[in-house]
Design a protein around this ligand. Structure first.
Ligand code: AMP
Ligand code: MG
Length: 355
């Protein structure tokens, strides 16, 4: 199959919409990461997403809609007050909600679950494409399963060339990490994945919000994950990634930042001395502290938005540079920092060195 890479002209979007309607797979930009879309109501179309990604069949997909009218056919009953409040506050935008599913949504889309994940993207290209398709669009991140999510059309092409019909190139995405997922099918709304709609923002709307324990640390073998996707290693670079974190959790004082950079430098030097290719993820503030290895700044420590935006691109760059080991500084866990540290910790397989 020849994969076409097209800018989002009206003609290209019309053709992409037709492809989606006729059961084909299209890569497209959203405000979070690039998505790999197919008709969510067509089990055979959705199967092509799993095949292109090499994704396990029990890892459910998020269904994307263009407007509020798209929700009713997907869900079993009217949204409750929590769901309504969140939709009013954050849709369209980077928030996915979990509802009991209607009979129309195939189990192939939900990974066999009786719930369905739904999101209304704010990105104008995504929104236009879904509206033109005229069907709900199931779309996981457009990477090969287990690789870092794509934040540019070139990343999608790296993973999907020859496997899908078309990629719409809308340039670099805005946010750079996947949507926040909140389960509103339970009594107390529960965050299953942190994202740009932060815990602080959710609490301001809902009052009470729970956080799934799987977000905070590795899953123990005896816990059955709420979201099947949580049990898979995600967002992984090819290199062995280690995070270094101040043991007291303090990421403000000069002393703890200095301890952290010194440890990153020491671990990197050890592997360099053994002859390995070593990547270092630092910040604009600490860049001057490192002279050896493949040193890359992820942005200013003061700007969480920039760090989130650059994260996956940097992990892919280290793949291209054939790094054997990567050592990374850590970030505070508040606001968007929770999503950043969740992705970094998973990419590191929870290998975190405390200093
Ligand atoms: P991706 O689109 O690759 O970011 O993955 C979608 C994520 O949404 C996965 O981690 C899934 O586990 C989660 N998800 C999708 N549908 C559901 C659902 N019905 N219940 C819980 N989690 C879901
Ligand atoms: Mg993904």
């Amino acid at each position: 199959m020849k994969t076409e890479l097209l800018f989002p002209t009206p003609e290209a979007l019309a053709r992409a919409g037709e492809l989606l309607r006729s059961g084909e797979v299209v890569g497209f930009p959203t405000e979070t990461v690039y998505g790999l879309g197919a008709n969510a109501m067509d089990e055979a179309a959705v199967e092509k997403i799993f095949a292109a990604k090499g994704r396990p069949g029990d890892n459910p997909l998020i269904v994307h809609i263009a407007d509020a009218d798209g929700l009713a056919p997907l869900i079993a009953s009217e949204p409750g007050p929590h769901a309504r409040a969140l939709m009013d506050a954050f849709w369209p935008g980077p928030l996915t909600l979990i509802f009991p599913k209607s009979d129309l949504v195939p189990y192939g889309t939900t990974g066999g679950l009786d719930t369905v994940a739904v999101r209304m993207p704010s990105d104008p290209v995504a929104n236009r494409l879904i509206a033109l398709a005229g069907v709900p669009v199931a779309a996981p991140s457009a990477n090969t399963s287990g690789r870092p999510s794509p934040t540019t059309a070139q990343h999608v092409l790296q993973d999907m060339d020859g496997k899908i019909e078309m990629i719409i190139d809308g340039g670099a995405v805005g946010i750079g990490v996947e949507s926040t997922i909140v389960d509103v099918s339970v009594d107390v709304p529960t965050v299953l994945r942190p994202g740009a709609i932060t815990m602080e923002m959710l609490k301001a709307v809902l009052g009470e919000v729970q956080i799934d324990p799987a977000i905070l640390g590795p899953m123990s073998a005896d816990v059955r994950p709420k979201a099947p996707g949580m049990k898979y290693k995600h967002y992984a670079p090819k290199a062995d990634l280690t995070l270094v974190e101040p043991a007291d959790g303090d990421m403000e004082s000069a002393d703890s930042l200095e301890r952290m950079t010194r440890k990153v430098r020491q671990l990197a030097e050890e592997k360099l001395a053994e002859g390995f290719r070593v990547g270092i993820i630092c910040t604009d503030e600490s860049r001057g502290q490192y002279s050896n290895g493949l040193v890359r700044s992820i942005g200013s420590r003061k700007k969480r938005e920039t760090v989130a935006h650059n994260l996956y691109g940097l992990l892919r760059e280290f793949d291209d540079l054939k790094a054997d080991y990567i050592f990374s500084e850590s970030f505070p866990q508040d606001h968007l920092g929770q999503a950043i540290m969740n992705r970094l910790s998973k990419a590191a397989g929870y290998h975190i060195v405390k200093v």
